[in-house]
Design a protein around this ligand. Structure first.
Ligand SMILES: [Zn+2]
Length: 194
């Protein structure tokens, strides 16, 4: 299997890893955005713009980590990022933001920030396997084929790539999006038991 392209910007700590194209054709809506990022002000940013274009398997499914998700786990184990970001694209807004998602899928619902851009948690399988509670992990979802969300998504990625801590990210979220930020943070803390 071909190794996914990797872009490394900057050097030293903190280390960040941003990943797109986690399954199926979602890379088409996210890879260019990831590739447009500049080096962080401090530390390292590693970008995997397109992990795969193979058939969709959910990151909430164990089988994901037995297939092309193995490459993702290997990259995380090698880079050991303190800040980890997934950029997905979606077609099913209702499914992702449904408050029953925690009961049906075992993960909290995504929260819409603005312009269809959603913030939520990465898969608990990956979180448990690769990260400690000190690491900061976030997942963004942007609508497939909707250019209106690209500008905000770029701003969020730009901010996160310059973040040196989860606390800084939390401050930013609460100042920009008091209501949504509070919900997203509550979900995060409850979900990860911190
Ligand atoms: Zn996805």
């Amino acid at each position: 299997m071909a190794v996914a392209k990797r872009i490394t910007l900057g050097s030293g700590d903190p280390k960040r890893l941003f990943v797109g194209g986690l399954h199926g054709d979602e890379w088409m809506h996210t890879s260019a955005l990831l590739e447009s990022l500049d080096a962080p002000e401090a530390g390292t940013l590693v970008i995997i713009p397109k992990l795969t274009d193979r058939a969709y398997v959910s990151t909430l499914d164990d089988r994901y980590y037995e297939g092309y998700g193995r490459d993702l786990v290997a990259a995380i184990e090698e880079i050991k990022p303190a800040i980890y970001l997934e950029l997905h694209s979606y077609r099913d807004f209702e499914g992702l933001t449904d408050s029953r998602r925690i009961d049906e899928k075992g993960v909290p619902a995504y929260v819409e920030l603005e312009d269809g851009v959603l913030i939520g948690s990465i898969s608990p399988i990956l979180r448990r396997r690769c990260f400690s509670v000190r690491d900061f992990c976030v997942s963004f979802e942007i609508p497939a084929g909707d250019d209106g969300s690209q500008k905000l998504a770029k701003e969020l990625l730009d901010f996160t790539k310059d973040c040196v801590s989860a606390a800084r990210f939390v401050d930013f979220m609460l100042s920009q999006y008091p209501e949504q930020g509070r919900r997203a943070i509550e979900n995060y803390k409850r979900f990860y038991g911190i």
